[in-house]
Design a protein around this ligand. Sequence first.
Ligand code: HEC
Ligand code: HEC
Ligand code: HEC
Length: 447
Amino acid sequence: MTIKRIVTTAFILACGAGSAALIYAWQPALPPIAPPSPTGFDASEVRYGADLALIGDCRTCHTAPGGRTFAGGLAMPTPFGTIYSTNITPDARTGIGQWSLEAFTRAMREGVDREGRHLYPAFPYDHFSLTTDVDMKALYAFLMTRDPIVAEAPANDLPFPINVRLVLAGWKLLFFHPARYTTDPTHDDIWNRGRYLVEGLAHCGACHTPRNFMGAETRSEDYAGGEVEGWSAFPLGRLSPAPIPWTEDALNHYLREGWQAHHGVALGPMRPVVENLAEAPAQDVAAMAHYLASLGATAGPSVQIPTVSPDASGQRPQSAGWQAAISTPAAGGPIGRAIFSAACASCHLSERPLPLGGVDLALSTSLSASTPQNLLDIVLNGVPASDGNPALIMPGFAGSMTNATLASLLTFLRVEVAGKSAWPDLPAAVAAARKAASPPIHVRATR
Ligand code: HEC
Ligand code: HEC
Ligand code: HEC
């Protein structure tokens, strides 16, 4: 009797939990609409939407290499498998032409497509959910006035059970807490605008915040540094390992121009971000820099570089202190020092101003960061010329340096130049970076 009752109770509880989960998991399809006429939208709203789309990096993720802008199909490698971005042009069949503003808003805020299917968080709706109604409407107006392009996204390459979209309901229940932006009255309008954009559309934390084993951002460690496409997205704010602490002006310059004299050039997955922000409204970028600077202008334990001129506006600053190490024997190993003198010094000590000259490597966060990932990606692949910056060139050394040579060079840079203790497991990191081949510059999407 008692056992029967326990079993029955357990059964009822299980059914209850199951249906609660299903009710949460189930989302209705929203009715299709006839694609709206592009002339039906207000021109200034479309322009504002274009600015927001730049801040949100929509074209970066929704354009495949060599493909049409916003037509989707970009392969996004994740630790779980490959997810392809979708076509967000207003084509009725393969794009979002039949999506109402309501359906678009639901996708951006709740991660559910028009037909009611859950979307993968590779689409950063956990940030986009903050977006206001006004901004949502402008983004919709911008997308609905693009050329409709017929393009079907390739099927995702994900293992069971992650390939079952219903499973995402469980993930969302655990990790997705949609919220709307609330103004913080203790700060001014510029700070609030910056925070709204950084936390929301600009989704900076999607790369700069570490993720847990289920791929969700660890909110208690905001901006503590993340990993993306074989690159380290360095910690920002008070945990920044930059040798010279980031200031509001430096952040503004870096985000706007893609380089900064005391810090170097934005490469890897950060590069498309700065290319988009270069076209975004200057006051929005300035607001983001203002907010970011408030997260802690002081860097972590930093290398003392006393000879750097504080007001190097465009001119490349000097850090002569360590350069003596090239001519004196020291712990980094004479081989590493010799390689640096032969292969790197001509550019990186040339005093040619950024972004065309190489930065004094003592200033580069890639030497003082907790992993050698970015330094390896850059040295192996070099910095090829790109559309925007034809003269930004450094040769790749993948073909001319053995793993042992690279390890000696990196140890010299880390210990002698950055003044830090050697990276552990350097040989393994060198081998992994060579295999991954994560180039510093990707094919560039146009608006
Ligand atoms: C970091 C990459 C990334 C960025 C940035 C991004 N998206 Fe996406 N987006 C995706 C991926 C991947 C999907 C597909 C998710 C899936 O299939 O579950 C997607 C799906 C969508 C969808 C649903 C489309 C459909 O057919 O289901 C919409 C709408 C969308 N994105 C709009 C936007 C807008 C607007 C922006 C800019 C504000 C943007 N995205 C920025 C990666 C991104
Ligand atoms: C797609 C991933 C991605 C996104 C989104 C992203 N970042 Fe980055 N960020 C990176 C990577 C990777 C680096 C390292 C680049 C390098 O080594 O040149 C980086 C570097 C930086 C740096 C330089 C740090 C240093 O000490 O050198 C700053 C500042 C920065 N990002 C700010 C931002 C801000 C602000 C946003 C949002 C507007 C943002 N990032 C969005 C990936 C990203
Ligand atoms: C032909 C000139 C040239 C040579 C040789 C060269 N570099 Fe570069 N390097 C550049 C330029 C230009 C950049 C882009 C500007 C910048 O970031 O300093 C760059 C960027 C870098 C960066 C990114 C710095 C940052 O944070 O912005 C690193 C790290 C780097 N180089 C390391 C090396 C190493 C190590 C060697 C030797 C094995 C080397 N480079 C050889 C020209 C060169």
